[in-house]
Each structure stands twice: as structure tokens, then as C-alpha cells.
Design a protein around this ligand. Structure first.
Ligand SMILES: Nc1ncnc2c1ncn2[C@@H]1O[C@H](COP(=O)(O)OP(=O)(O)OP(=O)(O)O)[C@@H](O)[C@H]1O
Ligand SMILES: [Mg+2]
Ligand SMILES: [Zn+2]
Length: 504
């Protein structure tokens, strides 16, 4: 007889239903798993065997074959242990086959039969809900999976509890969703002294999700400002929070089952590998760019990153998605983030305004910033240079606005954009607006056209640079609650064009 249990396999961040078929036939004793399993799935054999021992269930001295269907979908991860164990138990008629028909199960077995947490419980619950099935996950994953709500989630501690639940001997209670983590405020913007211009740019970046490059000497508060961005970004909508949490779940990073409404903040080190940044690798996991989905990706010391790793971000910046090719599959991960990058003006990090000009200027600077490719540089809507804060400024008491005050203005500007883009599925914020859409949402009056015409000539503006200025000007006008883009808005947008670096 063929017994069937259900589980999921991950295709990017999507969980796809997998049928675990098991047959026990006459023949040489053995335990085989087929259906494109990777090594961790094949190893399930040993863990299942040991867990059965712990339950005093003897493996039959016949041939046990497990087939994971659909066969063309690669199966990865240790979460196949539990469904495989359940299918074998049903094939041995220890479990009634009907008991498994309406259930999706995932979990890793320890040698003593305990169930260890696995990645991906949240998207697995979504797949189970879509299919109208209940879900069994290890105890630690229950709160995370229960967020989906539409699906009954049961979270046994070990294989015995799972079996007793399925045969109705000791039904488990439904798992309750974890706590919604309060929006973390973190450090406050008011702690940053001086730097009015940079503070303003951070606000514009947050309001329109404009990618931002800050160039300044060590100690110019670049890191300080970037880390305060999550505090001024609007909290995620429930849909966004779920999107982001699914990615974190697949990466195995949703600890305590808590879903958070704070925008994620990811700061990969400059030695980050390609797989760490965009995902994929041997055990496919979302990379930092995807973990930053709906939040901030902060690349400190941008020129120090490997150039191909940075250039790999060009695709998600354009499309909001990352496609990773692997030996046997293509994976797609969501990755819509606000890119904030920081760099020293030159390799030695010296600065003229602190009275220590770089001895190798200007070559040092152009060589260093030249490591950022032109197309990448082109993707920053806002580029500013920042001076070092003076000692006088540091000595003064903090005078700037708090994160809360700035967040309120950002939220108001975002609300205008949400209304503006209600009928445009491909744009959520001003930074997403394409050239054609920009003509509609950012028309210029005669005065602005003259100003932009002069600037274009002086700056040698390309069409892309032109659009970048319009997008930033649109956001500056939104922060001013102005329906039209006026000359001061446009003039301000023109200011955030770095005087050095590559021309457009
Ligand atoms: N505007 C400021 N107000 C108050 N403290 C500041 C300010 N700027 C810098 N500091 C102090 O200097 C420290 C270093 O600042 P920060 O890390 O932001 O500099 P950075 O520009 O990122 O430098 P690096 O290029 O070395 O990374 C901060 O931790 C803070 O203590
Ligand atoms: Mg820094
Ligand atoms: Zn230098």
C-alpha cells in the first residue's frame, strides 16, 4: 500500500505543496528516498530510523521507498523528517492513512524523537491555508505559523505527541500567534547634532524611498544618520509586514514567532559574498537585499565592497526582485529596499575641512569613488557630501527635531503618494515613478522649466539624471504638502547632486 503525507518545498519564498508517498514492499531491507532530495533530505533516513527507535517502533525488514512529488521540484532542508516519518508510520499501518489526508507537516527530528524548529513555517502555513489543510510544525514554530490565522496550527514537541494528536489519542490545542513586536524606535534623530542638510536629505530619502549616497570623512555622522532611518520610516502595513516576515521565516530568522511592523534594517559587511548579498548559494536562502525588503539596506564603505556584488543590486533596484540561478533551478526573491550607502571621500579618509587634506588628492579621490560603477552611481536619486561636525556643534545641547516629529512628516508625504499611485500597481512611492508617469505627476511650470534647462546645461544632465531630479523634487513638494512642484522644490532637488563623482 502507498501511504501519503503532505509537506512543502520552497521555491524562493513561496512554499509549494509536496506529496510524500511511502510504500513498504517485499525485497532486500532498505530505506530509499527519491524525488530530487538534497543531502539534508537524504539524511532524514538516519534521523527517522533513530526517532523510531526512541518510540520503540521497529523499522520493517522490508524495502521502504519514499517518493517526494512533484519530482522536478528540488527538495532542500531538514523539515522533510517529520512528514517522511509520518508517511512511513502510515505505510506500516501504525497511523490511519486518513489521519494524514488533511494535514501538512514539517519538522526536523532529533535522534530521540524531539522536533527541532525549521525555517519557513510562515509560508508553509500560507500554503496549507490555501489548500484547506491543517498544519503540524515543531513547538517553537507554532506562534509564527499561527499568524496566518486561516489555518489550524498544531505544534507538538516530539514525534510521539504528533502521532497521539493524529490518532486523536491526545489532541493538541491550536497554537496561538506570537506577539506583534512593537515598532522599535531605536536611537533618536535628535542625538545627531548639526548636519542640518544631511538630516533633511535623510527625511527626503525616507519620504519618497530615494536611494541615497552620503560621502564624508570619518566621523561625519554617516552611520549615525543611516541607523536612524528605520525610526522615521512609516511602520509597515500588515501586508508589508507579512511579506517581510515570510522572507525572514524562509531564512530561519523569525525568532519567537514575532512579526514586526518596523522596517527592517540590514547592514551587510563590505566583505559580503554574492550569495550573502542577493541570496542563493548551496542552501538557497534569501540574501541581505531580500531581508531588507520594505526596509533599509545600508552599505557602509561602499567602495570597499566587491564590485560585482554591488552591481548585482542593479536588478533589484530596477525591478524589486532578485533572480538567482542555481544548478537545477531559478529562484526569485522579493527585494524592494531603500538603499543607503556611505563612503569616505578617498581611500585615506582624510578631509580638507579638518585641516588634513589628502596628500594624494585629487587622484586618490577619483580612484576610490571610481570603484563605484557609473550605472550604480546613477541609481542614487540623492547624493550628498557631508562635512565633519565641528567641536562647537558637538559641545552644544541637541537642538534638532526628534525622530517622532520627522516621522510624522514622512508619513504625511507617504499618504499623498499612496493616494497618487492607487491606480498604478508598479509604483508605490515617487522613486518608483517611470519617465512617462513622471510627466503626469511632476509637471513643471515655465519658471521651473527655465531653471531645469539652465541646470541641465551646466551639469550636463542625461535623461536619467533629469528624471532623478524630478522624482526628488516631487517628494520635496510632497513634504511641503504642495500639489505643484515649485521653483524652491526643484532648486533643492538640484542641490542634492554631488559635485564630484561621475557625471550623469
Ligand atoms: N552629528 C553628530 N552629533 C553627535 N555625535 C556625533 C555626530 N557625528 C558623529 N558623532 C559621534 O561620532 C561617532 C562616529 O560617527 P559615525 O559613526 O556616524 O561616523 P561615520 O561618518 O559613519 O564615520 P566612518 O566613515 O568612520 O564610518 C558617533 O558614534 C558619535 O558618537
Ligand atoms: Mg560609519
Ligand atoms: Zn586620499
Amino acid at each position: 500500500m502507498v501511504a501519503i503525507a503532505y509537506t512543502v518545498a520552497f521555491d524562493g519564498v513561496e512554499a509549494r505543496l509536496v506529496e510524500v508517498q511511502c510504500s513498504v514492499t517485499a525485497g532486500l531491507p532498505g530505506f530509499g528516498i527519491v524525488g530530487l532530495p538534497d543531502k539534508s533530505v537524504s539524511e532524514a533516513r538516519e534521523r527517522v530510523r533513530a526517532a523510531f527507535d526512541a518510540l520503540s517502533i521497529a523499522m520493517p525488514s522490508r524495502r521502504v521507498t519514499v517518493n517526494l512529488s512533484p519530482a522536478d521540484l528540488p527538495k532542500e532542508g531538514s523539515h522533510f523528517d517529520l512528514p517522511i516519518a509520518l508517511a512511513v508510520l502510515a505505510a506500516l499501518e501504525i497511523l490511519p492513512a486518513e489521519a494524514l489526508a488533511r494535514t501538512v507537516a514539517l519538522g526536523e527530528l532529533a535522534l530521540d524523537g524531539r522536533l527541532s524548529p525549521v525555517a519557513g513555517a510562515l509560508p508553509a502555513a500560507m500554503a496549507a491555508a490555501e489548500d484547506g489543510r491543517a498544519l503540524i510544525v515543531p513547538r517553537a514554530c507554532g506562534p509564527e505559523a499561527a499568524w496566518v490565522g486561516a489555518v489550524p496550527v498544531f505544534a507538538p514537541r516530539n514525534l510521539r505527541e504528533a502521532v497521539d494528536h493524529l490518532i486523536d489519542k491526545a489532541p493538541l490545542p491550536r497554537a496561538a500567534p506570537g506577539e506583534m513586536a512593537p515598532a522599535a524606535r531605536g536611537n533618536d534623530l535628535s542625538e545627531v547634532r548639526g548636519q542640518e542638510r544631511a538630516r533633511r536629505v535623510i527625511e527626503i530619502a525616507a519620504a519618497g524611498r530615494h536611494h541615497l549616497l552620503m560621502i564624508g570623512p570619518p566621523g561625519a555622522s554617516k552611520s549615525m544618520l543611516a541607523t536612524r532611518l528605520p525610526g522615521i520610516l512609516p511602520p509597515l502595513t500588515p501586508a508589508e509586514a507579512l511579506e517581510t516576515s515570510v522572507i525572514h521565516s524562509v531564512a530561519g530568522l523569525l525568532s519567537d514567532g514575532g512579526i514586526s511592523r518596523s522596517a527592517p534594517f540590514c547592514q551587510p559587511h563590505h566583505t559580503a559574498s554574492m550569495a550573502a548579498m542577493v541570496g542563493g548559494g548551496r542552501n538557497a536562502r534569501p540574501g541581505q537585499a531580500s531581508l531588507a525588503h520594505n526596509g533599509v539596506l545600508f552599505l557602509d564603505e561602499l567602495p570597499e565592497f566587491e564590485r560585482r556584488v554591488i552591481d548585482a543590486l542593479r536588478e533589484p533596484i530596477e525591478t524589486g526582485e532578485i533572480h538567482v540561478s542555481r544548478a537545477n533551478a531559478h529562484i526569485c526573491y522579493p527585494a524592494r529596499f531603500l538603499l543607503v550607502a556611505a563612503a569616505n571621500p578617498c581611500r585615506c579618509g582624510e578631509t580638507a575641512d579638518a585641516g588634513k587634506p589628502c596628500p594624494r588628492a585629487p587622484r586618490c579621490q577619483s580612484d576610490y569613488l571610481g570603484r563605484i560603477s557609473g550605472p550604480m552611481m546613477d541609481r542614487f536619486d540623492l547624493r550628498i557630501d557631508m562635512p565633519q561636525v565641528s567641536y562647537e556643534e558637538l559641545a552644544l545641547p541637541p537642538s534638532g527635531e526628534s525622530s517622532e516629529t520627522v516621522a510624522a512628516r514622512v508619513a504625511a508625504a507617504r499618504a499623498l503618494q499612496t493616494r497618487r499611485f492607487a491606480d498604478h500597481p508598479h509604483a508605490r512611492v515617487n522613486a518608483d515613478a517611470s519617465g512617462r508617469l513622471l510627466e503626469e505627476i511632476a509637471p513643471l511650470d515655465a519658471e521651473c522649466r527655465t531653471l531645469l534647462g539652465c541646470a541641465a546645461e551646466r551639469l550636463g544632465l542625461t535623461p536619467r539624471g533629469y528624471h532623478r531630479i524630478l522624482r526628488a523634487a516631487r517628494t520635496i513638494a510632497d513634504l511641503d504638502a504642495s500639489a505643484a512642484i515649485r521653483k524652491p522644490h526643484l532648486a533643492e532637488a538640484l542641490c542634492y547632486r554631488l559635485p564630484f563623482g561621475r557625471p550623469d
